[in-house]
Design a protein around this ligand. Structure first.
Ligand SMILES: [Zn+2]
Length: 286
């Protein structure tokens, strides 16, 4: 828009050419990721993109330490030479004292499905197992019911699985043991803390196989089905909490993608090779 000599404004429409380049962005974190990106001359909104991609490997509320490093290979969309927005994150690496080194690559398989994977082709989105037991037989669902021992209507804040005493119980996801041992009506129990504010609780165990403070990985055996505490027979009471509120475990919308199948690994390795080189700082053409 231009002001004319007679004071009126004249506007004209012209096409803007968008160009996309692929850049490597690397920062060492001093305070928050957001501030570190800002200091590095990047749009701090890139922190949000990074958090989305790395959410299942890095808990950006708890895991970020002074001196951690993050690198990304990201598309930048320019209009008239100015950064308009970021495009896709093609690769991301977080190397932190609390997290270890985590690397993810964006990959589109021959059928057109796109997701993020680590170098071994494992999906970045590790959700929870559908069930903490190998053979699950639900005997009581989430919601209102008459409590079998107390006899009155009470919200059932988890689900019950009928299973013989001694059946192994799995951690539904990676996390840390918050509590292990006797826990009132819950009997011998285990409580796990997971990323993004989730907690899972396993009650009435006959035995506990982990101790408080220890890390656990998905499908690790954390205890065995029993009938300790307030239970009328051997069963597992399993509950999921987020931010202190119990949730229906059967309605969790936690992403769960499969790894790259063995037949697809060759294509996967070929496609991520240039991204890996770029992530490591080599000036490769993409
Ligand atoms: Zn129950």
């Amino acid at each position: 828009m231009e002001r004319q000599p007679d004071g009126t404004l004249r506007a004209e429409k012209r096409p803007v050419v968008l160009t996309t380049t692929v850049s490597r962005v690397a920062v060492t974190i001093s305070s928050s990721l957001y501030e570190s990106l800002q200091k590095g001359g990047e749009d701090p909104n890139l922190a949000v993109l990074a958090a989305d991609v790395l959410a299942w490997d890095v808990d950006f509320y708890q895991d970020v330490r002074h001196g951690d490093r993050m690198a990304m290979v990201v598309e930048k969309v320019f209009a008239d030479g100015k950064l308009l927005r970021y495009g896709e994150v093609l690769a991301a690496e977080y190397d932190g004292s609390a997290t270890g080194r985590k690397r993810l690559f964006r990959y589109t398989d021959p059928s057109g499905q796109t997701s993020y994977f680590d170098e071994e082709g494992q999906s970045a989105r590790r959700g929870f197992l559908k069930s903490p037991l190998k053979y699950a037989n639900i005997t009581s669902r989430f919601g209102n019911r008459t409590h079998p021992i107390l006899g009155y209507q009470k919200q059932h804040e988890g689900i019950d699985y009928g299973a013989p005493t001694g059946t192994p119980v799995w951690a539904v996801g990676d996390g840390q043991v918050k509590q292990a041992g006797w826990n009132g009506g819950c009997g011998k129990s285990v409580t796990l803390k997971h990323r993004n504010g989730y907690e899972t609780v396993y009650c009435h165990l006959s035995g506990v196989a982990v101790s408080a403070g220890k890390p656990v990985s998905q499908k690790q055996i954390i205890g065995f089905v029993g009938q300790t505490g307030m239970a009328t027979g051997p069963h597992l009471h399993y509950a999921v909490k987020r931010g202190g509120v119990f949730m229906n475990p059967l309605q969790l919308k936690v992403p769960r993608d499969s790894p790259i199948p063995p037949a697809g690994m060759e294509d996967f390795r070929a496609k991520i090779a240039p991204l890996r080189a770029r992530l490591e700082g080599e000036v490769a053409r993409l």
